[in-house]
Design a protein around this ligand. Structure first.
Ligand code: FEO
Length: 170
């Protein structure tokens, strides 16, 4: 049996990951309307990854005979005007998720729940990658985004992203 507080935080994380998926779908939605299919593709794939994350937390709780409570998912409310707005919001959001994962880790550590800390190790690493990706995209946009040819090429590059199932298997 897992600690009550740890279960509560893991359950909250299911919702946060589904919200992340919804948020990134809204970013895809924004870029789709601008005719930037590559950026839209990038964020649609990102949304798929977030659903994967949500399902990993869901499955982990079930594997430990814990109930999962599915709460309402919030409305994405990022104000998007410039092409940079969603990119900056994505980095900020990933930093928030990293902090959230770290808080669950700390709670699990406090009660010597090594099963959960081991499960979360994958997410700690994943969050490092997520922040790097978000940062890199901002850098590329700063470098090439103000030039139409550069933007066209960057959009083409982002079209190539494909969904890769998570390496963590439960
Ligand atoms: Fe599920 Fe982007 O963190």
């Amino acid at each position: 049996m897992l600690d009550k507080k740890v279960v509560e935080l893991l359950n909250d994380q299911v919702n946060k990951e589904f919200f992340s998926a919804y948020l990134y779908l809204d970013f895809a939605n924004f870029f789709e309307a601008k005719g930037l299919e590559g950026f839209a593709n990038w964020y649609k794939i990102q949304a798929q990854e977030e659903r994967d994350h949500a399902m990993l937390f869901y499955q982990y709780l079930h594997n430990n005979n814990e109930q999962v409570v599915l709460e309402a998912i919030g409305k994405p409310d990022v104000h998007m005007e410039t092409l940079m707005d969603p990119l900056k919001a994505a980095l900020e959001h990933e930093e928030y998720v990293t902090d959230s994962i770290h808080k669950i880790y700390a709670a699990a550590q406090q009660v010597h729940d090594f099963r959960t800390t081991q499960f979360l190790d994958w997410f700690v690493k994943e969050q490092g990658e997520e922040e790097t990706n978000a940062n890199n995209l901002i850098t590329k946009m700063e470098l090439f985004g103000s030039d139409s040819k550069g933007l066209y090429m960057l959009d083409n590059e982002l079209k190539a992203r494909v969904h890769v199932a998570p390496s963590l298997v439960l």
